[in-house]
Design a protein around this ligand. Structure first.
Ligand code: PLP
Length: 373
């Protein structure tokens, strides 16, 4: 059997959606995009939203819209996709890395000592289809007068205590890349309840003007628009969201019932909903051997995120971060990287495939235990 890590969940509905753009003879941002934005605002429970070409640029726009720029510092968890930090760097600001808790989300206790007069914002990242503890983030931000930019790239449909991810602070960012919960191929979204931030976003994304077709540009802006073709795909994905959530929960359940009870599956606290973006397990002592073995059995797995403070790309900033690079500062993210394994959990995976994966994992761990004895 061959089981990939991921497969997009597309069918004739998306194909017909694309065709409808051709039928309308409208491919740039237009009626489909408006409908997509309206439906997303309703789903997320937010006043304003703008589309973006991808989730990296949507974080960038979000940061710019709240005024992050040169010389500023933004606290970013070191356990995330590197784009979270790169978007800060793109603004000319510094991402300041901090460790995570066992639930894979930002450790606010370790954030305290990072705050200085340059610190302007904090970026909680909602990881693997679970929500960050936003009660803690909001009170931390209030205490230190920081703005909140939520990286909710993986968190469409995810709530903390009933409130949708991305709506707790000034701005929130989502991604519609192919492996996110719903996709438009590439794509992103910035949400806000603040009218002034919304207006800034409009300027930034459309060449520094609000109206299309005008050549008067009150501000410097760029082209961060999307297309109606992508929005049309997004609309048909949104129609499948309930089905996607149901399937994802079933996948997690099937893993839980078939994996040996000694294997730890990471799950969020009760305040967070859970739409497993990945089914994540930790293997005490290290996940590498298991991943190698799975490969020989035709199963594609993934490691957890490589901690950002160890990324080759960020080593040149080591002087700047030197006081933060003390060994035990990042122990949780380092342990998670060593022990974490992401199992295939794409919507169309079959129960039979999941059972095969579980059999292989159980078999491997059993043999390993016997080997040690
Ligand atoms: C995917 C992702 C991004 C970047 O989104 P793109 O659409 O790929 O640019 C940023 N942060 C996190 C946590 C992500 O998972």
């Amino acid at each position: 059997m061959k089981i990939p890590q991921f497969q997009p969940f597309l069918d004739d509905k998306e194909y017909q959606a694309i065709k409808s753009c051709f039928d309308n003879n409208w491919i740039t941002e237009g009626p489909k995009s408006k409908e997509f934005i309206d439906k997303l605002c309703k789903l997320i429970g937010v006043k304003h939203a703008v589309l973006a070409p991808n989730g990296t640029l949507s974080i960038y726009m979000a940061l710019r819209a709240i005024g992050i720029g040169k010389g500023d510092e933004v606290i970013v968890p070191n356990f995330t996709f590197i784009a979270s930090a790169n978007a800060v760097e793109m603004c000319g600001a510094k991402p300041v890395f901090v460790d995570i808790c066992d639930d894979l989300h930002i450790d606010l206790n370790k954030c305290e000592k990072l705050v200085n007069r340059k610190t302007k914002a904090i970026m909680p990242v909602h990881i693997y289809g679970m929500a960050c503890n936003m009660d803690e983030v909001v009170s931390f931000a209030k205490k230190h007068k920081l703005k909140i930019v939520e990286d909710a790239a993986q968190a469409i449909g995810i709530t903390w205590d009933g409130k949708h991810a991305g709506t707790f602070g000034e701005v929130g960012s989502f991604s519609f890349f192919a492996d996110k919960t719903i996709t438009t191929g590439e794509g992103g979204l910035v949400v806000t309840n603040d009218d002034t931030i919304y207006e800034k976003l409009l300027f930034i994304r459309n060449q520094g003007r609000i109206d299309r077709g005008s050549f008067i540009h009150p501000e410097i802006g760029y082209n961060f628009r999307m297309t109606d073709i992508q929005s049309a795909i997004g609309l048909s994905q949104l129609e499948k969201l309930d089905e996607i959530i149901r399937r994802k929960k079933h996948i997690l359940f099937t893993y839980k019932t078939n994996l040996d009870s000694s294997i730890k599956i990471i799950e969020p606290p009760f305040q967070s909903s859970h739409i497993p973006f990945r089914v994540c397990i930790t293997v005490p002592g290290g996940g590498y051997d298991l991943m190698d073995y799975m490969k020989t059995q035709g199963i594609e797995t993934r490691t957890f995120f490589y901690p950002l403070h160890k990324q080759p790309a960020y080593q040149k900033q080591k002087t700047f971060f030197s006081k933060l690079f003390k060994k035990d500062n990042f122990e949780v993210s380092e342990k998670m990287y060593r022990e974490g394994v992401c199992l295939p959990s794409f919507v169309s995976i079959s129960d039979e495939e999941i059972k095969y994966i579980c059999d292989k994992i159980n078999e491997f761990l059993r043999e390993k235990t016997v080997g040690i004895l």
